[in-house]
Design a protein around this ligand. Structure first.
Ligand SMILES: [Zn+2]
Length: 408
């Protein structure tokens, strides 16, 4: 079920006439979504719909409650025009970011404002209806707290790791038990449409709409947490490939003589560089007697996870920084192939490891200097995301609005 704006009143006329009207409404609403507010004259100019018809359509949308009269704008000669904007509280978008161990639920209004954000730690992803029942319960809790009914939800955007067929809403890696596809399954349980895609691609969409990729044409967005994901923006569009599986960067071959990867292949990039590998190497080093801020926690029998390793790096722990440098060198080797192939203007590092800032950007830059052709790599900026934990959530919002408003 493709998400659509719902109107309180039925649109009159035959199916064709209704479709035409829906399309005209959408043109106006999507223009206002992108510009913030506009006058009738500006809508006429953009939509190429006649002035009297725009005036009547805007009147309808004001009546439905979709638009608000935003007061008087600047004059460009003559009478100052009335400005219109989308009513932020007309409907809401639910954003859900599923990770292996954490669940985050967000609620956005139609002016892209985050009005509620709930994060559940130790919410371990498992392939069962018990998990989705808990998920649906948490989403309903968030809606109830804000007194928002399911009919006020425009749609839900979902970000999930693994292989995803976004067009048909099917997940092939996690929550695969739902025979009708995960999107349809959740939609039936929740009572509104669900649009889903892979987490790295959602992060890239988030960066494109609200982060450092805004206004850029060719950008690679890395999701560096426990594992590695990649969202590719080419010519301002998210690149998905034939089946939507593009961006499995963690599984490119780096060392044919290397270890076996959890995907079944040998020597993938993820066997040499990822948050998981970093944590493993830090733990092993400390067990062998290496000095580190993390030694005390280890001696007390606590397990050290990525969050703690990142904190140690930011506190200047030399051993943890050394380990990050080592893995950044392998990451750089992988990125060089992408740079030589795609000539991106920017690489955005996102995910948990982005919180190490210069400690990851500098060694990645060094590796690119070492392994890439200078003329190509010197044009590529390497930065950390400033959306950090919310890039994928912001991406789910952007994905829903793109679907509803048919924005490319
Ligand atoms: Zn692999």
């Amino acid at each position: 079920m493709r998400p659509e704006f719902k109107y309180e009143k039925e649109i009159a006329g035959t199916a064709n006439a209704r479709n035409r009207k829906q399309e005209q409404y959408r043109k106006i609403v999507s223009f206002l979504y992108e510009t913030g507010n506009a006058s009738i004259a500006e809508i006429v100019k953009h939509s190429k719909i006649s002035q009297p018809l725009v005036a009547s359509l805007v009147d309808d949308l004001l009546g439905f409650g979709v638009l608000l009269d935003n007061g008087i704008g600047e004059s460009i000669g003559g009478r100052r025009p009335n400005l219109y904007c989308i009513n932020p509280a007309y409907q809401y978008v639910v954003g859900v970011d599923i990770n292996l161990h954490t669940l985050t639920i967000a609620l956005f209004d139609l002016s892209n404002q985050l009005i509620r954000r709930e994060e559940y730690k130790n919410f371990d992803l498992e392939n069962s209806s018990a998990y989705t029942d808990k998920l649906v319960g948490k989403i309903n809790d968030v809606l109830n707290e804000k007194n928002i009914s399911t009919s006020q939800v425009l749609a839900m955007g979902l970000s999930i790791p693994g292989l995803i067929d976004a067009k048909n809403g099917v997940s092939f890696t996690h929550l695969t038990f739902a025979e009708q596809g995960l999107g349809n399954y959740l939609s039936e349980k929740l009572g509104f449409s669900v649009v889903l895609d892979n987490d790295a691609r959602m992060m890239a969409l988030g960066e494109k709409a609200f982060g450092k990729a805004k206004g850029k044409k060719d950008v690679l967005c890395l999701n560096l947490s426990n594992r590695i994901g990649l969202g590719i923006i080419l010519n301002e569009q998210l690149y998905s490939g034939k089946n939507g599986f593009a961006g499995e960067f963690g599984h490119i071959l780096i060392d044919p003589e290397g270890e076996q990867c959890y995907c079944g292949k040998i020597g993938c990039l993820e066997t040499l560089t990822s948050g998981e590998i970093l944590v493993r190497n830090v733990n092993e080093g400390i067990e062998k007697g290496q000095a580190s801020f993390l030694r005390q926690a280890k001696d007390e029998g606590k397990s050290i996870d990525l969050r703690e390793v990142v904190a140690a790096i930011n506190n200047g722990d030399q051993f943890a920084i050394d380990q990050l440098n080592k893995m950044s060198d392998y990451l750089g080797k992988g990125l060089v192939t992408l740079i030589h192939l795609l000539n991106p203007e920017m690489i955005i590092i996102g995910g948990r490891l982005a919180q190490t800032g210069k400690y990851i950007v500098d060694p990645v830059r060094m590796a690119l200097n070492k392994y890439a052709m200078d003329r190509i790599s010197s044009e590529t900026e390497v930065v950390c995301s400033d959306l950090i934990d919310d890039a994928a959530l912001m991406g789910t919002l952007s994905n829903v609005m793109k679907e509803v408003l048919r924005i490319s």
